[in-house]
Design a protein around this ligand. Structure first.
Ligand SMILES: [Zn+2]
Length: 266
């Protein structure tokens, strides 16, 4: 796993992070937005993209427009995330969810449609961006601790293999800023986390979920050198990110986005 690969960039007045390894693909577009650059009031300040947290819907719509402009996206699909393992696959024509804004329930999104961007909304949970440059398929996975336990990352890779003929060894993965081992304390881990994950426990009931995702992706067939972790902890960086734990559960969600360009090139 390669760390410290985040590049800071800005477009249309909105700052975001990018993974060096993903920027190497000119047909690909991706951003990890921060909480900066939007218009939400506290405690959602500023660029909250989630309707479900109590922010004003008009403001969230404005923020989503900001994100679309900064990423130069025309069609974006957001899911209704439920900490489950349902995988939404978009192929063929543009999905109604992208055109109407009505979300479907699911925690991973896959598409082979150029010009369609997939969004995951997070505050401590991992967004895992996946790309297969051979089959030209992208995915975006929402993996909180429940998703990690259910191995939604591995299940998404398997779905890409099944449905699009992708091969794990061709894929690149990037784990967006999320709750790090410095802050992922699970006091009740004996009740909450299955024993097979206890090997990821560090001193004092802290777990390394970045490492769990890395191992799950390797088990799914990815090469270790093709997996990047942002290695920025959301709880340690409230200046950039929302943190569900750090802000007493009352906060916004930032957007992690990936899609293939409609014109195939930058
Ligand atoms: Zn931390």
């Amino acid at each position: 796993m390669t760390g410290n690969t985040l590049i800071k960039a800005e477009r249309a007045g909105v700052a975001f992070f990018q993974f060096a390894q993903l920027t190497a693909f000119s047909e690909l577009s991706h951003q990890v937005f921060t909480r900066r650059g939007g218009s939400s009031p506290p405690p959602f300040n500023d660029l909250n993209v989630a309707f479900s947290v109590g922010d004003r819907p008009e403001t969230v719509r404005d923020n989503r427009r900001q994100v679309a402009m900064a990423g130069d996206y025309r069609y974006m699909v957001y899911a209704h995330q439920v900490h489950g393992t349902d995988i939404l696959v978009y192929t063929g024509s543009l999905p109604a969810a992208a055109l109407s804004g009505t979300p479907r329930s699911g925690d991973a999104l896959i598409t082979d449609i150029p010009g369609l961007a997939l969004v995951v909304q997070v505050a401590d949970c991992q967004a895992i961006l996946l790309y297969d440059p051979v089959r030209r398929v992208v995915a975006n996975v929402h993996s909180g601790w429940r998703g990690s336990i259910e191995n939604i990352a591995g299940k998404t890779v398997a779905a890409m293999q099944r449905q699009f003929g992708c091969r794990g060894r061709d894929m690149t993965a990037a784990i967006a800023p999320s709750l790090g081992p410095c802050c992922a304390e699970f006091i009740h881990y004996r009740d909450e986390i299955p024993e097979k994950f206890w090997k990821y426990k560090l001193n004092g009931n802290y777990f390394d979920f970045w490492r769990i995702s890395q191992d799950q992706l390797v088990d799914a067939g990815l090469r270790l050198e093709n997996i990047q972790a942002g290695e920025m902890c959301t709880r340690c960086r409230p200046d950039y990110f929302y943190s569900y734990r750090g802000e007493a559960r009352h906060t916004g969600r930032f957007a992690a986005v990936i899609g293939m360009r409609a014109d195939g090139v930058r």
